[in-house]
Design a protein around this ligand. Structure first.
Ligand code: SAM
Length: 425
């Protein structure tokens, strides 16, 4: 037994009351709370606010601990049967499938919790007070938040069985169902089959309903493989079959609609120079050009040269649209060095859209964006804390959030997407 009631050690089993949701799909309990003292924070997945659980400590840090939930002692009214039996709390923690960490929570409550995560991140990291609503993607409420995932990677264990990793580990959890995956993937994935000589399998459903099954030996294939086509509304985008594309079947439509809504056509001059940073195959650059008109000058900047080649093709109908390969920080630095005063003026009349990976843009990139003094900035974010940090940095450079829309493009997981438009404060 630990010496002090508030001290914790690995392996210890504790009863915790969960009072909040944290970033990253974990929930917050407190241990050792006594009068006037709130106790030490313990992060526990597979629970939710309002519950009391029995949990085992698996990591102890100076200011917090991490535990795995063993049993729900007093359940929330919002707890439902897990949508994926292989991820449910009645399994031992090491045998729970990763990737559906909100699957035990009523769907509408999941969105409220994600809303709370964004609001908390904006407040704590960004010093920004803002009410946020997280909207469901079209069709998700009707489908119970299932059948949306167009891309699934399963790992293969040494017995040839397929499954995701368990949370916090590289142990494969063999599964017999994929409820979050599109119906096409569910039908194509032969989960009862043992696979030899394969370390992972990617299942990808394209917008025409075709499902690609890509078996991998060792590291996933990079570089150029086959070109495939995705459709968003009437528009087609070509991309490499192993390249980045938004995962939810409705995500490209939802995000481009949101971008179209916030582009300030009174402020942004189509003849200015707009940038689509972290542009992939030009999904947002196309929306920018559609919205701003055929005279638009827009450059999509992307680190992956295969994606850039596809972006060039995807943007070919606009004379002023180009795609360049480069790391955004370096590309902006070069731009700052070489831009003529006429180009600087055009940049100052243009729009900058950025859609960085989970880590966000960071001090250097945000500083360089602010130095360009664009007419408008729109930030598409897949990580609330990175968005909040970058929003704070933009705030220090005189920009404030004009609008923020959030979308549940990853039901039954903790992930959430946001589109924030910034204006000069
Ligand atoms: C979240 S994806 C967005 C892609 C695109 N906006 C879309 O919606 O399809 C982020 C993209 O940024 C690229 N990327 C990541 N880090 C980068 C960097 N430092 N510089 C340039 N591109 C980067 C990735 O290759 C990926 O295509």
């Amino acid at each position: 037994m630990p010496a002090h009631p508030a001290s914790l050690e690995n392996g210890q089993i504790v009863e915790l009351t969960i009072d909040n949701v944290a970033h990253g799909g974990r929930f917050v309990g407190r241990h050792g709370a006594v009068d006037g003292e709130r106790g030490r924070v313990v992060f526990v997945p597979d629970t939710m606010p309002g519950e009391t659980v029995r949990a085992q400590i698996v990591e102890v840090k100076k200011s917090f601990a991490v535990a795995v939930a063993l049993e729900v002692v007093d359940a929330s009214a919002d707890r439902v049967e897990h949508v994926w039996p292989e991820a449910a709390i009645d399994r031992s923690p090491a045998e729970r499938a990763g990737g559906a960490e909100f699957g035990h929570i009523r769907l509408a409550r999941q969105r409220e919790l994600k809303q709370r995560v964004i609001e908390d991140a904006l407040q704590r990291t960004g010093g920004i007070t803002r009410d946020v609503t997280v909207k469901a993607a079209p069709g998700d409420v009707e489908r119970g938040g299932l059948g949306w995932r167009t891309r699934v990677r399963l790992h293969v264990d040494d017995r040839g069985r397929q499954g995701p990793f368990a949370p916090r580990s590289h142990e494969v959890v063999p599964v017999t169902s994929l409820p979050l995956a599109t119906e096409g993937i569910q039908l194509s994935a032969q989960l009862d089959q043992r696979l030899g000589g394969v370390t992972a399998v990617d299942y990808v459903e394209w917008s025409d309903g075709e499902v690609d099954v890509i078996a991998m030996e060792g590291a996933p294939e990079r570089g150029r493989t086959d070109t495939i086509v995705e459709t968003v509304g009437e528009r087609e985008f070509q991309l490499d079959r192993s390249g980045f594309w938004q995962v939810h079947r409705k995500a490209p439509q939802v995000l481009t609609d949101a971008l179209r809504r916030v582009i300030d056509v009174d402020r942004v001059d189509p003849a200015g120079w707009s940038l689509d940073l972290y542009g992939g195959v030009g999904l947002f650059a196309a929306t920018m050009a559609e919205t701003l008109g055929e005279r638009t000058r827009v450059t999509s900047v992307e680190g992956d040269e295969v994606a850039t080649d596809h972006a060039s093709e995807n943007l070919a109908e606009w004379l002023g649209a180009t795609a360049e390969t480069g790391r955004v920080d370096r590309w902006l630095r070069e731009l700052a060095k070489r831009a003529s005063s006429a180009e600087r003026e055009r940049l100052a009349n243009g729009l900058i859209v950025l859609d960085p990976p989970r880590a966000g843009a960071g001090l250097d990139v945000i500083g360089q964006i602010a130095d360009l003094e664009p007419a408008q900035i729109v930030y598409v974010a897949c990580d609330p804390v990175a968005l909040a940090r970058d929003a704070k940095l933009l705030g220090e450079r005189g920009w404030e959030i004009a609008s923020l829309e959030a979308f549940d493009l990853f039901p039954h997981t903790h992930h959430v997407e946001a589109v924030a438009a910034f204006r000069r404060s």
